[in-house]
Design a protein around this ligand. Structure first.
Ligand code: SAM
Length: 329
């Protein structure tokens, strides 16, 4: 089995644009994804301004402003005051740009854990898996995909929009997550039949996916708890060709039930072939990650590390230790 060096690999994933374009794009991505101001690439911007031989327009404006000792606009202070006085919200909208220029917009929770779940925000591993999927769309093209622990839906919406799966089943176990997930899928123009997970659409709402000529995948949102799932429930999912999950290896108890459901799903594929399984892990605690691998070994599931995506598309912590494992169930 191969061990991965995620941090070293990340060094090879330099953006290919000119430095100014790349920094501008990272500002745009970070801003749309709701990053904090301090997490935007200020140091890189400063470096570009310092290095630029012919004074750029931005530098000129900054220098002029400094030399004049000008006071910032009063309206600016008022606007900041308005923002500071706004009541705190529990939800926000974040946008993630796809290479096509299309954006995925998601309603997410402001807090990383809310209503007793981690599933109401998008995690780095979900973004990482989406990046990998976009570079490896053949894995998903014309195949039936099941995602476990979908959360807000970022990975699945990206795959549904860009990788042409035949069917895509999002799943989760938490009622609020399933509700938010269904809303996010519809918000992004994908057609989710009203019967899916019982979260109906109002009759007058017609998404672009219902218009004639729409070529998107057949989408389902399934309530699936790895602890409680039965063989009958899994049989209803009609044997996925590909199973994916992002950031689901963080609690040793949870990994036991995750491995359990993967074992059950291994025999469910309609044409008798075992599904391809890809699990993306953020390695926060190496013990939890190693224990997952040990538990896989105990039940005879082999695994291998999959090369990381080459190109960074989304705004997330580039120092996070993230790896994708392909499991041979
Ligand atoms: C850390 S979040 C990751 C969400 C998403 N995959 C992402 O990367 O943004 C973990 C997800 O696993 C789901 N989950 C946790 N325990 C589960 C269980 N027993 N059955 C099904 N889903 C579960 C949570 O509801 C949550 O959506």
């Amino acid at each position: 089995m191969e061990e991965q060096q995620p941090r070293q690999e990340r060094a090879a994933r330099e953006p290919r644009e000119a430095p100014e374009e790349s920094v501008a794009l990272r500002f745009q991505r970070g801003f749309l994804a709701g990053k904090r101001l301090r997490d935007l690439p200020w140091e890189d911007l400063e470096q570009i301004l310092k290095n630029s031989e012919d004074s750029s327009p931005l530098l000129t404006v900054l220098q002029k402003h400094e030399s004049m000792g000008a006071e910032p606009l009063e309206q600016l202070y008022e606007a900041i005051g308005d923002v500071l006085n706004t009541e705190e919200t529990t939800q926000c909208y974040k946008s993630y740009l796809l290479p096509s220029g299309d954006a995925i917009t998601l309603c997410e929770s402001v807090a990383i854990i809310s209503r007793g779940t981690t599933g109401l925000v998008t995690w780095d591993a979900g973004l990482f898996l989406a990046e990998w999927a976009l570079e490896n769309s053949a894995v998903f093209c014309n195949r039936s995909v099941l995602e476990l622990g979908s959360g807000t839906g970022l990975t699945g919406i990206a795959i549904s929009k860009a990788c042409h799966p035949r069917t895509y089943t999002f799943s989760d176990h938490h009622e609020c997550v399933l509700q938010q997930l269904s809303e996010n899928i519809r918000l992004n123009g994908l057609f989710l039949p009203p019967k899916s997970h019982g979260h109906g659409v109002a009759k007058e709402e017609i998404s672009e996916a219902e218009l004639p000529g729409f070529q998107g995948p057949e989408i389902t949102v399934a309530e699936l708890d790895w602890n409680l799932v039965t063989k009958e429930r899994l049989a209803e999912l009609q044997g996925p060709d590909v199973i994916i999950a992002a950031d689901v290896v963080y609690d040793p108890e949870l990994t036991q039930s995750l491995i359990g459901i993967l074992q059950k799903l291994s025999s469910c594929n309609g044409d008798g072939e075992a599904p391809e399984v890809y699990i993306t892990c953020t390695i926060r605690n190496p013990d939890t990650y190693c224990r997952f691998q040990t538990e896989l070994g105990k039940v005879g599931i082999r695994w291998q590390v999959v090369p990381s995506p080459q190109k960074n598309l989304f705004s997330y912590d580039q120092h996070a230790n993230i790896t994708i494992l392909r499991l041979h169930v």
